[in-house]
Design a protein around this ligand. Structure first.
Ligand SMILES: CC/C=C\C/C=C\C/C=C\C/C=C\C/C=C\C/C=C/C(=O)SCCNC(=O)CCNC(=O)[C@H](O)C(C)(C)COP(=O)(O)OP(=O)(O)OC[C@H]1O[C@@H](n2cnc3c(N)ncnc32)[C@H](O)[C@@H]1OP(=O)(O)O
Ligand code: FAD
Length: 669
């Protein structure tokens, strides 16, 4: 019972007793290793037991109080990291469990990786140790008021002045103001700024520069620099802990060696030199972060699902006959058919996130060896998986709120804040539609190369089987046939390939490739989604091929994998039917099988969310409590609201009393 924070009675004990598998072994499968379970557990408890990291009143704080609280938590987290001499792995987990977005996320998550990825060895030696010791705080200043998605359209300039060996950084227009970077508004002392490099009268496009923004003595903006926060954001609490900022430069001078020079250089004379590496490596930090966002999707989704499953097991409505017990809402088939696919998706995203991390590391090793061949695949996979997993997770958190009925709408359920914090993931690090169009572009290129006999590799290898996949018909005859991984994989591959080929054929009928791509873009999005869903399904099956230990664990994961795939099949039935991959009868059989799988998950549902091993502190939800003691917690939580500090509300004398005493008479009565 690792995750209990308190509570003496386990109201979910009956649910836990019906599980058909070893929960501790499932924790290992979820976390990736026994070591990962141990270190996650230790860091989560460290945070949960520290009063500075309390967050139960966070949604009641004003913006200023919330921001100050975030600064306090970040400083305290750093103090604990230093005092306890935590490893990098431990420190990252501690920050994760502190669970309050703040400047440190961008400092560690983008500023440091940008310098490591785009700085020379010398630059890394100079800047990274300062960042590691927090002698400087950095952010990632790319997006501007006028342009975010279109990185090549950014307007900030960095013009080389050979007389002084400096770059002059300038914001020539209002729309060139940097706008959105997290940590920029109030906390950062430095930024990696993306600007158009101009030297010897020529514009060489976007490059990264390290720019100091604030004094290291008193934190005031340096001369020529205008800085501020861009204002309140969606939801109470939530992402408002982050100081997303605005930044303008008025001819600010920086030394030449503060241009990040790993990919290209400007010499003392002002000559531009580009190394023989693809220019897209400039976008490397975004690829890195997109990969981490996929792993975060499973965290956010599993968190919402954990709340909704536990509460659904406690909540009872209707069904009482002759004074018998009412029905747990988790027993309603509708509740199961809405909730269990989300549970399955959390596991699916966890495993595809694990695989993506491996892919990213592999691609990085190849890049070190100057093999750039897998870069387009890495870009397509990170962009596509970021897009599909974040969109589905944002929708799922909202669905979990609805699955919790009225109480899900209370801040104390944890779901409104989780949604408000999570939903911008559909936009930051690349708008999800823009990113899917990148995947579609990659797919169209792959399809066009099939004709020339080029054998696709990696996640598009299935396209090489075009002769078969374009005409195959599913052999599924019974509902049980849908439990065969080969049957599922075949229809997902056929659907993805046929949709891509249809798009390619339609584009080829347009006056130009560009016009065709634009005209077909809604279909291309669906084609990209089909390809990405195939990747997720395939990686789940591949996970099941690995050595999975523990009583009943593999069987549970097999059920979840089948649910994930068949749920997608049911949801996108139109795709599968219109491309002729399956018949309506086979679609109905898939749905029948799905119902049977839900029945198998039902007795295991609470244990399957226990395997996420979340503390009550991290969940931050009265509905998702480990002990299931929901009603006293809901009742107690209500009294913490500032409105309940007084029995008679502020405003009674001015606005309620006169009304009730009828001192304002309605003249016609
Ligand atoms: C309750 C509380 C709960 C929890 C709270 C706890 C914690 C919260 C914690 C954390 C939150 C913290 C941090 C995260 C939050 C926010 C951070 C956000 C940061 C940002 O948003 S940074 C800005 C990101 N911006 C973008 O992503 C811009 C998107 N645009 C692009 O990426 C590109 O410009 C685009 C659209 C891909 C390129 O379009 P275009 O085709 O016009 O480009 P090019 O001409 O430049 O490229 C052509 C060529 O290059 C290929 N290519 C493009 N990108 C890449 C790439 N990245 N890698 C490799 N190759 C690439 C492209 O496919 C073309 O190839 P082709 O010519 O077709 O072969
Ligand atoms: C919470 C948050 C944190 C952020 N943090 C940072 C940060 O730390 N640093 C940083 O630099 N930036 C940051 N950003 C900015 C973020 O990266 C951009 O907002 C994001 O990349 C989207 O760009 P945009 O705002 O220009 O959207 P737009 O591109 O203007 O999107 C508007 C609409 O146009 C559509 N659209 C755009 N282009 C196309 C196209 N080619 N085809 C079809 N449809 C299209 C989009 O789908 C969308 O519906 C952050 C944003 C948010 C919300």
């Amino acid at each position: 019972m690792a995750a209990v924070d308190g509570g003496e009675v386990d109201h979910l004990a009956g649910e836990r007793a019906t599980a058909h598998f070893d929960v501790d072994a499932m924790k290992v499968a979820w976390a990736g290793s026994r070591h990962a379970v141990e270190v996650n557990d230790r860091m989560a408890r460290l945070v949960a037991s520290d009063p500075v990291f309390r967050k139960d009143t966070r949604t009641m704080l004003s913006r200023k109080e919330l921001f100050k609280d975030t600064l306090k938590k970040a400083a305290h987290a750093w103090k604990r990291i230093v005092e306890l001499r935590l490893t990098e792995e431990e420190a990252n987990l501690l920050r994760l469990y502190v669970d309050q977005p703040g400047y440190v996320d961008l400092h560690w998550g983008m500023f440091v990786p940008a310098i490591k990825g785009q700085g020379t060895e010398e630059q890394q030696k100079k800047w990274v140790p300062m960042a590691y010791k927090f002698q400087i705080i950095g952010c990632y200043a790319q997006t501007e008021l006028g342009h975010g998605s279109n990185v090549q359209g950014l307007e900030t300039t960095a013009t080389f002045d050979p007389n002084t060996d400096e770059f002059v950084v300038h914001s020539p227009t209002l729309t060139s103001s940097k706008w959105w970077p997290g940590g920029l508004g109030k906390a950062s002392t430095h930024a990696v700024v993306y600007a158009r490099l101009i030297t010897q009268g020529k514009d060489y496009g976007i490059h990264g520069f390290i720019v100091q923004l604030r004094s290291l003595d008193d934190h005031s903006p340096l001369p020529g620099i205008t800085l501020g926060d861009i204002g309140g954001k969606f939801g109470s609490g939530a992402y408002n802990s982050m100081d997303n900022g605005v930044l303008r430069f008025d001819h600010v001078r920086i030394p030449r060696d503060q241009m990040l020079m790993r990919l290209s250089q400007v010499t003392r004379e002002g000559k531009y030199v580009h190394s023989d590496v693809p220019k897209q490596l400039l976008y490397g930090t975004m690829v890195y972060v997109r990969q981490t966002i996929v792993a975060d999707a499973s965290k956010a989704l599993s968190r919402a699902v954990c709340i909704a499953v536990r509460y659904s097991a406690i909540r009872k409505q209707f069904g009482s006959q002759a004074g018998g017990p009412e029905t747990q809402v988790l027993n309603y088939k509708t509740q199961q058919s809405r909730l269990f696919p989300l549970l399955a998706s959390a596991y699916a995203y966890r495993f595809v996130g694990e695989w993506l991390k491996w892919l990213y590391t592999d691609v990085m090793q190849k890049l070190e060896a100057k093999d750039y061949s897998t870069l387009p695949e890495a870009h397509a996979c990170t962009a596509g998986l970021k897009s599909v997993t974040t969109s589905a997770t944002a929708d799922a958190i909202e669905e979990c709120r609805k699955l919790c009925g009225g109480h899900g709408y209370l801040n104390s359920s944890g779901l409104p804040e989780l949604f408000a914090v999570y939903v911008p993931a559909c936009t930051y690090e690349g708008d999800n539609v823009v990113l899917l169009l990148q995947v579609a572009r990659f797919l169209m290129k792959t399809v066009s190369q099939l004709a020339s006999g080029k054998q696709p590799v990696g996640t598009t290898a299935y396209m090489g089987n075009i002769q078969y996949l374009m005409q195959c018909k599913s052999a599924v005859n019974t509902a049980g046939d849908w439990l065969n991984p080969a049957a599922i994989k075949e229809v997902f591959e056929a659907r993805a390939l046929r949709m891509a080929v249809n798009c390619a054929q339609n584009i080829s009928k347009a006056p130009s490739q560009e016009e065709g791509f634009s005209e077909l873009s809604p279909d291309l999005l669906e084609s990209a989604v089909a390809h990405v869903q195939l990747i997720i399904v395939t990686k789940f099956f591949e996970k099941l091929q690995q050595d999975i230990i523990g009583h009943g664990v593999k069987e549970q994961l097999q059920n979840l994998c089948n649910i994930y795939a068949l749920f997608l099949l049911h949801k996108h039935l139109g795709d599968f039917l219109s491309t002729g991959c399956i018949t309506p009868k086979q679609g109905a059989l898939a749905n029948e099988q799905l119902g049977r799988l839900y029945a198998q998950v039902r007795p295991n549902a609470v244990a399957l969310v226990d395997a996420f091993d979340y503390t009550d502190h991290y969940l931050s939800s009265v509905l998702g409590r480990y002990d299931g003691d929901v009603y006293p917690a809901l009742y107690a939580e209500a009294w913490k609201d500032p409105l309940n500090e007084t029995v008679i509300p502020d405003g009674y004398q001015e606005h309620l009393r006169p009304l009730l005493k009828q001192q304002l008479k309605f003249s016609r009565l």
